[in-house]
Design a protein around this ligand. Structure first.
Ligand code: AMP
Ligand code: TRP
Length: 347
């Protein structure tokens, strides 16, 4: 695809499928906030993705508003950038169908997240859970997005999105050129997976990812946890009996220690090496209170703002309506071009 320059644009999304946690915050939202300075950004609440597993219709609206409120409370500006929920822009599902016909069964069969989520009960999970990555590709490519900030767990899905973009460009190459789009219609979206906390681990088990679906609330810090809850969870967090090392190498084979140091580094905005320069030799009994103070200082104001925003659902819905209209304006143009490229007759 040498030659063609795509306008730089950021797209990312979070599922409204439970309460947001420190992994979502450090792995995704912090990056979303930073990228606003340098890029045009589109941040989506991916409700179509959420229903790939059962969501209670009585709880889904609040979950959608909660992710929206978290975006705003963390510092995303919905006026300068676009914040919306996926189901209000029907083109996501429309492009996903075209991509279902571009992606190959063999590609989807390799997706590790599907294998993990489906587990032994594979015959009984939704078709949507299997096709999930083609919808994700549609989310990104509908906006011709070039950069996608995500946590480490989404890397494989991003690679699939790139494969889909490339196969579409190849399969329809002649049609793309004939319609004046040059040699490529879709860009190759680049994953942005950077910093010390691309994979925040469970506080109860340093070998497991911190996740919304872990049955133990003690395993994660929620973005809306208050100071007492944060302090208690860090105090109870699993560790080993040794003091902190003074160099990063010393964290090898100490997953819990590595996790707490990574969290500290990410929240403080410094490297793990710097954390160890200051805290190397310290016992966890001294390091944990320092980490707690840092987390409370960062998360407490955000949690308070989320709770305040949630008091006014009509305001949140108005942000989503405005963002959806602006997203749709871009999506409509892409879909018209895609229909022409594929050869559909349209109005
Ligand atoms: P999800 O909650 O699955 O919709 O994930 C939303 C975003 O948070 C994605 O970019 C994920 O990669 C990221 N994320 C989720 N869990 C973690 C974690 N434990 N550590 C780092 N990033 C995460
Ligand atoms: N699959 C992502 C997750 O579970 C969420 C997501 C959906 C997404 N569409 C996206 C992330 C597009 C980035 C870009 O975390």
């Amino acid at each position: 695809m040498a030659g063609k320059q795509f306008k730089q644009r950021v797209f990312s999304g979070i599922q409204p499928s439970g309460s947001l946690h420190l992994g979502n915050y450090l792995g995704a939202i912090v990056k979303f906030v930073e990228l606003q300075q340098s890029h045009e950004c589109i941040y989506c609440v991916v409700d179509l993705h959420a229903i790939t597993v059962w969501q209670d219709p009585n709880e889904l609206p609040a979950a959608i508003r909660d992710v929206t409120a978290s975006y705003i409370a963390a510092g995303i500006d919905p006026k300068k950038h676009i914040v919306f929920n996926q189901s209000q822009v029907a083109e996501h599902a429309e492009l996903a169908w075209v991509f279902n016909c571009v992606a190959r069964l063999g590609w989807l069969n390799r997706m590790t997240q599907f294998k993990e989520k489906a587990g032994k009960d594979r015959e009984n999970v939704s078709v949507g859970l299997y096709a999930y990555p083609t919808l994700m590709a549609a989310d990104i490519l509908l906006y011709l997005a070039t950069h996608v900030p995500v946590g480490e767990d989404q890397k494989q899905h991003l690679e699939l999105s790139r494969d889909i973009a490339q196969k579409f460009n190849n399969d329809f190459g002649a049609s793309i050129a004939a319609r004046g789009h040059g040699e490529a219609f879709f860009p190759q979206p680049e994953p942005l997976i950077q910093g010390p906390a691309t994979r925040v681990m469970s506080l109860r088990d340093g070998t497991k990812k911190m996740s919304k679906s872990d049955p133990s609330d003690q395993s994660r810090i929620n973005m809306t946890d208050d100071a007492d809850a944060i302090a208690l969870k860090i105090r109870r967090a699993k560790t080993d009996p040794d003091a902190l090392p003074s160099e990063e190498k010393g964290l090898d084979h100490r997953p819990e220690a590595d996790n707490l140091v990574s969290i500290y580094a990410a929240v403080a905005g410094i490297s793990k090496a710097e954390v160890l320069r200051h805290h190397g030799g310290a016992q966890f009994s001294a390091f944990k209170p320092a980490l707690t103070d840092l987390l409370v200082a960062k998360l407490d104001p955000i949690g308070k703002e989320v709770r305040r925003l949630m008091q006014d659902p009509a305001y949140i819905d108005s942000i989503l309506a405005d963002g959806s209209a602006r997203a749709q304006a871009i999506a409509t143009e892409t879909m018209k071009a895609v229909k022409d490229i594929v050869g559909f007759v349209r109005r």
